[in-house]
Design a protein around this ligand. Structure first.
Ligand code: NAD
Ligand code: UDP
Length: 323
């Protein structure tokens, strides 16, 4: 087994973060989950609380934090448009002040620091699929900019701390990821459609449903994050992590309806402002540099996610807030 490290995961009680906590504990590491529980939930990490190598710190990363660490995964940031737009100033502070605080921690401790950036840095892309060399097409003053420009600023900070202070950094750009432990009220499309279908409520397609996304199952994504952290020091990124399979929202709605045997209707609602029309990762770099590519097909991943929400529903843990 690899040498045990002290690893901080900010946003560790969130959807992706909780899976990462599990995987790093299973690999023999000491894990400190730092979260302000804005969108994260104690239920996501409840099964880890008694683990001797697991700790939780309730903390908002916009405030400085003093911890020892060998590695820091910075996942703290609401990822769903509804949640990041609810307090856009705090979203921007989380990316900017949060990154400065974590890079300060890295400077003090020598920790290696990974930033969970996003495909949103490409905005509504004019290049398709999106390679890392594309600089993007982002509205700097729209309703999504607190998230998009926040993450772009975070990327700039990670690279400047590396150039100015020699901090070891890793930057990944995550494309739409889904799986168990998404919140039923998260507002993102996969959880919305599944919860709606299971409750025989209408599936809400925003706009005409011809916009596309590429969906990566969470286990694949976590593999990619860990491979990136373990990559040689000179691999800084940015590296796209996502599943290149591209689907329209109409196709996704039909797939969810079919896999849940749902009687739900499909209804159309207004398209949110600045909603990207197409999105698909070019993962040539991840394949070549990390030897990584996703292995879980959409249908397989949807079935696992549906099983999770079914179990939540049967425990009465889901109320329909999405529609
Ligand atoms: P999530 O909302 O489930 O998790 C985010 C976590 O960060 C939550 O636990 C939340 O409470 C915590 N958090 C938010 N602000 C914080 C703050 N100021 N201080 C401390 N904790 C804070 O979302 P997720 O899907 O798990 O996303 C995790 C990361 O991956 C985010 O940084 C997101 O931007 C990035 N990402 C996710 C996706 C995706 O499709 N899931 C795509 C691109 C990028
Ligand atoms: N979407 C939809 N119905 C929903 C939620 C989202 O049609 O109930 C659409 C949304 O407009 C976008 C796509 O699905 O085009 C993905 O939305 P999500 O919020 O999951 O992620 P993002 O837009 O950040 O990629």
């Amino acid at each position: 087994m690899e040498e045990s490290k002290k690893i901080v995961i900010t946003g560790g009680a969130g959807f992706i973060g909780s899976h990462l906590c599990e995987r790093l504990l299973a690999a023999g590491h000491e894990v400190i989950c730092v979260d302000n529980f804005y969108t994260g939930r104690k239920a996501n990490i409840a099964h880890l609380l008694d683990h001797p190598r697991f700790d939780v710190v309730r903390h908002d990363i916009t405030e400085p934090l003093v911890l020892q660490a060998d590695e820091v995964y910075n996942l703290a940031c609401p990822a769903s448009p509804g949640h990041y737009q609810a307090d856009p100033i705090h979203t921007m502070k989380t990316s900017v002040l949060g990154s400065i605080n974590l890079l300060g921690l890295a400077r003090r401790t020598g920790a290696k620091s990974l930033l969970a950036s996003t495909s949103e840095v490409y905005g509504d892309p004019l290049v398709h699929p999106q390679p890392e060399s594309y600089w993007g097409h982002v509205n700097p003053c729209g309703v999504r900019s607190c998230y998009d420009e926040g993450k772009r600023s975070a990327e700039a900070l990670y690279f400047d701390y590396h150039r100015q202070h020699g901090i070891p950094i890793k930057v990944v750009r995550i494309f739409n990821t889904y799986g168990p432990r998404m919140r039923p009220d998260d507002g993102r499309v996969v959880s919305n459609f599944i919860v709606q279908a299971l409750m025989d409520e209408p599936l809400t397609i925003y706009g005409d449903g011809q916009q596309t996304r590429s969906f990566c199952y969470v286990d694949d994504l976590v593999d990619g994050l860990m491979k990136m952290m373990a990559s040689p020091d000179e691999v800084l990124g940015p590296i796209n992590l996502g599943n290149p399979g591209e689907f329209t929202m109409l196709e996704l709605a039909e797939a969810v309806k079919r896999l849940t045997n749902s009687r739900s209707r499909i209804v159309h609602e207004p398209l949110p402002q600045d909603d990207p029309k197409r999105r698909q990762p070019d993962i040539t770099r991840a394949r070549a540099v990390l030897g990584w590519q996703p292995v879980v097909q959409l249908e397989q991943g949807l079935l696992r996610t549906i099983a999770y929400f079914e179990a939540q529903l049967s425990r009465g843990a889901v109320q329909l807030v999405a529609a």
